[in-house]
Design a protein around this ligand. Structure first.
Ligand code: NAD
Length: 245
């Protein structure tokens, strides 16, 4: 019989990124032993092992996942890179290799960082729930690949095979070390390029504090069990109140 790795042994794919690093730090605080798998190493934390590799490389993943019971997948090319081939290769084909590597290595749980944009088609959504359909006309190619990615991960959930999956859908994430959202807003404003209001100024947009996003991921992981309603489901995640722009 196979000896199961401790449920506190986990891997964070994309653990060098903005969200990934916050997740790693919180997992370490909670007593998890963490392996980071990422194409780049950007920091060093005691107790965290770092593995440099591309998630499209199943063999490289397998080496890291073989004694891990829980995997967080929060790697993606930046939405700003606008490289269709890369989005497809990493978010869709790469995610297939993540699932295969997890299953071959005997990983029991996979938590995907998806995106709230998978249900957004340009029309306002207020208090949108998870039963909204996937966007038929996604707003960009990045989002199209996030839709495929989420479907693949949720469809792979299989209680008989002892492999459970769940997806968390944040919208914009902000917080310490945010490389994109707030710095770009501030920079644009400083350059005097924020002089226009689109609509009547009551538009809403949803941003979530990074620690809340992390909390959601860990809650999902810890409650993902064969008899729980989380299996194969996606969850929107937000702060209490949307931010008014
Ligand atoms: P980020 O760019 O800071 O981090 C992504 C990490 O993935 C980077 O460290 C990068 O090196 C790694 N990576 C990219 N390609 C890889 C590959 N082929 N193999 C291994 N590692 C690879 O991005 P983030 O803001 O931390 O986003 C994390 C996740 O959250 C992504 O899946 C993104 O789609 C999702 N998301 C982010 C936001 C946001 O506002 N930041 C909103 C919604 C969803």
């Amino acid at each position: 019989t196979r000896i199961r790795p401790s449920s506190k042994r986990c891997a964070v794919i994309g653990g060098s990124g903005f969200l990934g690093r916050h997740l790693v730090e919180r997992l370490v605080e909670k007593g998890y032993s963490v392996a980071v798998f990422d194409i780049a190493q950007r920091y060093d934390i005691p107790g965290v092992t770092f593995h440099q590799g591309d998630l499209c490389d199943k063999q490289a993943l397998l080496k890291v996942l073989k004694d891990v019971s829980l995997v967080f997948h929060c790697a993606s090319p930046s939405p700003a890179c606008d490289d269709r081939t890369l989005f497809w290769k990493v978010n869709v084909e790469g995610t297939r290799s993540v699932i295969q590597a997890c299953q071959e290595a005997g990983v029991q749980k996979l938590v995907l960082t998806s995106s709230a944009s998978v249900v957004f088609e340009g029309a306002d959504i207020k208090n949108g729930k998870e039963d909204l359909p996937y966007a038929k006309r996604p707003i960009d190619y990045y989002t199209e690949t996030k839709i495929h990615q989420e479907k693949i991960v949720l469809e792979a959930c299989n209680k008989e095979k002892d492999f459970l999956t769940v997806a968390i859908r944040p919208h914009g994430i902000f917080g310490p070390r945010d490389p994109q959202l707030v710095p770009i807003l501030v920079d644009t404003a400083r350059k005097g390029k924020m002089k226009f209001i689109i609509g009547d100024g009551t538009n809403l947009v949803d941003f979530t504090y990074v620690e809340n996003v992390v909390h959601g991921h860990i809650l999902a992981a810890e409650h993902l069990k064969a008899d729980s309603p989380l299996c194969g489901k996606a969850y929107h995640i937000t702060n209490d109140e949307p931010i008014r722009f």
